[in-house]
Design a binder for this molecule. Structure first.
Ligand SMILES: Cc1ncc(COP(=O)(O)O)c(C=O)c1O
Length: 404
């Protein structure tokens, strides 16, 4: 991967902000977009700005073709069996909510998650469990993922004739650690559990093959992988998707209605109610086309940056998660040893050095509350970040910490 060549494609990296270069390290929240994605969205607005899949005129046919093409590109990217298994959503959050609210649970079924879930994979389950009388179990990752406890929970549920539904974060946005997916899926299969992954920080950074992973559902966001904001994908195994209750209903989700009833249509339209963000999903197809050229190199590249920053700053800051950068993917979450507030660190980096990171609790409030930590500063990397930027980040952070 030629990072300098990649950077040429990103207008904001080429032009900077007010003529000054920026260092963008807030990729876990949202990534930048290459011109190829922006141009593809504009192509829709300039050339065929119509609804897809409904009308029979030329513009609608062009929109339909591009929209469908995008779905196939995304399907191939994660190696799903059929385009029917690719549901377009607003984001990861909507994908998880769709499954949580539509899956046919029985009272007593068990939802199993980790202690490090983003609010998007926590709150939907809290509500559904309360409404439907489900049990929730939390697996600790403090000393590494507790596989023994995990298996115990599944075994216990099965021996009580309850079904288990595993919904877990693939890679944590808070500290960058990943769960041992192969072992988790193997154990889950032994006990006939359903497995869903919050892959918001997985799919953008490493090649994901849903057939090889053998997961049932997987949700991710377009805006975390060079795509337009407000685009996301829910992958679901066709036979399971067919068994969900429709989530948001309305136009496009039905074959027919009467005053008293509706016949729901086939996948994937059944779960895509109303007119869609056609420009967005067509842009997401372009983002995936772009990303697939580099996907096998991104993780290794991020580890290299994380190593530079970890080695440069580990005597000045406390790192959240393991010390070894190889275990934290593209995330460096930290608090200053001299107790400078994490928001202050982020604000100073921005105002003093044009370095953009995030500070706060990263929507993982539950973990921060449990660990009695009030937040952290977080730098997160992507394919266009350079080793030079990592070194500047180290130097500027040290300078800023001296201001306290
Ligand atoms: C691990 C993880 N899960 C879920 C989400 C929610 O993503 P979105 O806001 O795009 O729905 C995020 C966003 O930061 C995330 O990092």
């Amino acid at each position: 991967m030629n990072v300098l060549k990649v950077r040429e494609d990103f207008p904001i990296l080429k032009n900077g902000l007010n003529g000054k270069p920026i260092i963008y390290f807030d990729n876990a929240c949202m990534t930048l977009r290459p011109r190829q994605v922006i141009e593809k969205m504009n192509e829709y607005y300039y050339n065929y700005p119509a609804c897809a899949g409904r009308s029979h005129h030329k513009l609608s046919k062009m929109a339909t073709e591009e929209f469908s093409k995008s779905r196939s590109i995304i399907r191939k990217f994660i190696n799903a069996k059929s385009d029917k298994e690719i549901i377009f959503t607003k984001n990861t959050t909507e994908g998880i909510n769709l499954v949580a609210k539509s899956f046919k649970f029985h009272k007593g079924d068990v939802i199993i998650s980790t202690d490090k879930e983003h609010n998007s994979n926590l709150i939907p389950w809290q509500l559904v469990a309360r409404q439907q009388g489900l049990r929730r179990e939390r697996i600790s990752t403090k000393e590494g993922f507790d596989l023994q406890h995990f298996e115990h929970v599944l075994k216990h549920a099965k021996s009580n004739s309850n079904r288990s539904f595993v919904s877990m974060v693939q890679t944590s946005n808070m500290d960058g650690t990943s769960i041992p997916l192969k072992e988790i899926v193997n154990i889950a299969r032994k006990y006939d559990a359903v497995v869903m992954l919050d892959a918001a920080q997985g799919v953008p950074h490493k090649s994901v093959d849903v057939k090889k992973l053998d997961v049932d559902f997987l949700a991710f966001s377009g805006h975390k992988m060079l795509g337009p904001s407000g685009t996301g994908v829910l992958y679901g195994r066709e036979e399971l998707l067919n068994r969900l209750d429709p989530f948001i209903t309305g136009g496009s989700t039905v074959d027919d209605t009467t005053y008293d009833g509706a016949t729901f249509t086939q996948l994937p339209e059944r779960y895509e109610a109303g007119l869609q963000d056609y420009a967005g999903f067509i842009g997401l197809g372009a983002a995936v086309e772009y990303l697939k050229k580099y996907i096998d190199d991104i993780h290794v590249h991020e580890l290299k940056l994380n190593k530079i920053i970890t080695e440069g700053l580990n005597t000045h800051v406390n790192i959240l998660g393991p010390q070894d950068p190889k275990l934290r993917s593209g995330i460096f979450s930290f608090n200053a040893k001299n107790k400078m507030d994490h928001h202050e660190v982020a604000l100073l980096l921005d105002s003093y050095a044009n370095i953009m990171i995030r500070s706060g609790r990263h929507c993982v409030h539950s973990w921060f509350n449990d660990n009695k930590i009030d937040g952290s500063a977080r730098a997160s990397f992507y394919l266009y970040n350079t080793e030079e930027e990592a070194k500047i980040f180290v130097e500027k952070t040290k300078e800023i910490l001296k201001m306290k």
